[in-house]
Design a protein around this ligand. Sequence first.
Ligand SMILES: *[C@@H]1O[C@H](CO)[C@@H](O)[C@H](O)[C@H]1NC(C)=O
Ligand SMILES: *[C@@H]1O[C@H](CO)[C@@H](O)[C@H](O)[C@H]1NC(C)=O
Ligand SMILES: *[C@@H]1O[C@H](CO)[C@@H](O)[C@H](O)[C@H]1NC(C)=O
Ligand SMILES: *[C@@H]1O[C@H](CO)[C@@H](O)[C@H](O)[C@H]1NC(C)=O
Ligand SMILES: *[C@@H]1O[C@H](CO)[C@@H](O)[C@H](O)[C@H]1NC(C)=O
Ligand SMILES: *[C@@H]1O[C@H](CO)[C@@H](O)[C@H](O)[C@H]1NC(C)=O
Ligand SMILES: *[C@@H]1O[C@H](CO)[C@@H](O)[C@H](O)[C@H]1NC(C)=O
Ligand SMILES: *[C@@H]1O[C@H](CO)[C@@H](O)[C@H](O)[C@H]1NC(C)=O
Length: 812
Amino acid sequence: MIRIKMIWLPIFLVAAVGCVGGQETAQTRVASSLSECYSNPNLLNRNNLPPVTMPVLIDLIRKIEDNTTTLNLREMSTLLLHTFRQDGIQYHQPENSVTSANVLPFAPTFHSFHRNRLLLTRLLPENRLTLSADTLPPVLKCTLHHMLSTTVDTRVRGDENGCSQLSQYRALRTARSGRSISDDVEILKPSDLLSANKNGKMRQYDPNNDVEYGNVGAGAMSERQVAESTCPLLGGVVDTAWGAVSAGNVIAGIATGAQIQVVNILQLVRDASLNYRNVQQTVTSLFPATLAGDLAEAVLIQGTERGSTSIAIGTAGGWNSTQARRHFILQNRVNVEMTDPEIRGGIDGFVLGRNVVAQLGVASNMKLSQLLDMYYSPRNGALDPNLRACNRRESLNNFVTNDQLVSETNAFAAALDTNMPLRGTIIGGLDQLVTSAVTNLRSYTNDVLNDLNCDASQSQSNNFRLKTNLYIVLDASWQYQTVMPAIAYLVDSIEVSKFGSSITLLSAFDGSIVVNTTYSPADFYAEYNASRHATMMAGVNFETSLTNIKLMMQQSLVNETTRNYIGGNSSVLLYLINGNLPVTDRVWEQANEINNTIPDLRVLYATTTNQFDSLWPFVRDMYRDIFTISLNSVGTGVDTAMAPILQRIQSVGRRIVNPTCGFLFNGGTSGARSFDDYVEPGYVNYYRISPNYFLGTRRRDNSTVLIEGSENNPITCQALNSGNVEIGMQYLCDGWDNANSCPPFYMSVESDTGLTAGSLSSAACTDANCRFPYNIRYSIQVDELGCFNGASSVTASFLVLLTALYLTLYGS
Ligand SMILES: *[C@@H]1O[C@H](CO)[C@@H](O)[C@H](O)[C@H]1NC(C)=O
Ligand SMILES: *[C@@H]1O[C@H](CO)[C@@H](O)[C@H](O)[C@H]1NC(C)=O
Ligand SMILES: *[C@@H]1O[C@H](CO)[C@@H](O)[C@H](O)[C@H]1NC(C)=O
Ligand SMILES: *[C@@H]1O[C@H](CO)[C@@H](O)[C@H](O)[C@H]1NC(C)=O
Ligand SMILES: *[C@@H]1O[C@H](CO)[C@@H](O)[C@H](O)[C@H]1NC(C)=O
Ligand SMILES: *[C@@H]1O[C@H](CO)[C@@H](O)[C@H](O)[C@H]1NC(C)=O
Ligand SMILES: *[C@@H]1O[C@H](CO)[C@@H](O)[C@H](O)[C@H]1NC(C)=O
Ligand SMILES: *[C@@H]1O[C@H](CO)[C@@H](O)[C@H](O)[C@H]1NC(C)=O
């Protein structure tokens, strides 16, 4: 760990905290770079912004990293906080509701502003970097700002009656067995509330009591009585499979942990001198940036406003949708200083900050996006399986003692007290309040927060990752609210991302592009909004759309010939139809052409009415490629409806092709060509080769064949650690008539053991295509693949080739 002691600053500088620093996000007004997020009506409506999920956050960070390649992890995390995080921004109704073009009715008035200002101006390394204004378009800039900035929106929305039916009141669960289909929407039972209330941790919630009255802002900014929501929105929250997380805390932990500073609390004091003398004189920046920061807020606010002697830690909440999550609704309007997402974010940030310097020793080029991607992952973890979100509870117990938390919180609370306007003055007993808060944090985390644990995460996750080019052909007669959750489910589940799958949205009216192929979930969600959906052409034209899609897919095979593309991805076309798909003979001809000329495209049909009887001749596997789905406008039961489709998409292997074939299959042999691919420890990659590339191949007499697939013994395994494996592919179609009937060849590459604690001394996959530093690279070489279209028969081919695959493992 690097410890850098800050030089004690002269008192006149300290007194000027409010106006030095030059960081716009630390000022008491909305930063000008963020003001459009609060003035542009399109951006102000969160329903137009991408959902706030960890994959979207990682995607946004990657975009910035790819644009500023010279920055390291420490600089990137600091820059993100300085540029996008401004805590505590709240709406204030102008007097008499008069609006002015010169005034933004938003200002950072919520209590979280003060801690974040100290973080930006005193606790983080100084930031000399700036991002060019157009690094992210406004819609993504505002999304990132809202993901990082903790605040509470207390405005009455009118939907408060539904607050008791939110999905995922995780904190109230006992015996959690993990994510299951029926968990989708949970109704909060009165018995849960009563039992939770017994711990004194949660207030009784009365769903009939829609509106309560209180003062604006916890900081007593105004004495005017304004209606407040009984279940306010919490900002700065990001959804993960391991509970909703305050992402600002996570990034702040990493940023401060990457460059730990021990700061004298006199440097954090504003105006006067300290009110409390018997506290330690320094804080270690990682603490106030994470756990101690929220604990201190809870102590000061609850201690002065409610005169509590027991500080309540933890407030549950939930998303008001099961997919495309955007609004996190707290279950309570008081004691919101250390809510569940802030606890999780505080622990995650603390754990990552504690370990980041050591991790950079193992993987020196590790990026911030990679660190988050590994930590919020069901397997392997951040270079160590113990460093996973699912292990959060154990990590809190392993990495910090109550004594440390108490003394750090005491010191920071004393400093924060001089920065934050409060409604009372604590004149004694600060340390009892702090001790109560720390004790309650520990018991709340151990007994109440009940997120998916590591065993369940591991057993419920797949040991493979998808690289699928998914094309959805969408019927515009769906309502956006109805179909969007289903699409979001697929986008999230197939991992649309720079290193994973892509999504393309096409129109069922004519097959035209609605959203172009993208590997960025953030871009997809930003483009496919309700207004874009509303502009789609209504109506389904099966023949026109399939014809145009066939032409587009054929064109992309031609493009692949030009690019010498050998393989790596699978491709799936999914018709998502609200009603009937009218079939004709002409449509059948198009489907038949797709069968014969685009052998690796898997076509699936999902319709609201059962059309098996008319659709079965159109698919390759009539029992597995046709679905009847039922979706509703409140977005419930999406995973029940879509899981069979997802499983089918997952079963389509990555394709390997002879790029000379195109769609006419009139090219020559492939010769020897190779491409690289990557596998994570403990994961498997599945490949599929169409018979169109090996149909008529025969053994060359003098060739050496190490393994040969045959009908009697179709499965063989070989260890790749010796460096090289050769698989012969001759005679595989003997006994079959043509390429349409001969089964494809399947192959998998597997890393048989996952990461174990302490096993990684260096992780050096720094190649631009490595998703994780510990990825294992190998090469697949094809040799003499042929070209046979779907109709060609085995006997028609006189080619005598050595058709083989070689796999080589790199010891990098
Ligand atoms: C960064 O983004 C800007 C604006 O979008 C672009 O002009 C610039 O080329 C990008 N730089 C890199 C290195 O990608
Ligand atoms: C969630 O709540 C917000 C704020 O009230 C609202 O705009 C949005 O439509 C709701 N979403 C769903 C799916 O109900
Ligand atoms: C295959 O997927 C990778 C990312 O996973 C992408 O970079 C590449 O362009 C894709 N290839 C094709 C032909 O779609
Ligand atoms: C889709 O993207 C491709 C490649 O980037 C581009 O050539 C094409 O014009 C785009 N199509 C539309 C409709 O935007
Ligand atoms: C919807 O997305 C389109 C791009 O597809 C964008 O031009 C438009 O501004 C967005 N509309 C809103 C209301 O955000
Ligand atoms: C094929 O390549 C051309 C030129 O690069 C591009 O405009 C077109 O969109 C590509 N088509 C497909 C289907 O990838
Ligand atoms: C496509 O091929 C499958 C066999 O692979 C066959 O069952 C199906 O009928 C064919 N469909 C068309 C439209 O040619
Ligand atoms: C294999 O046979 C081909 C002709 O069938 C010949 O050109 C080649 O030299 C032979 N290779 C070896 C290693 O014997």
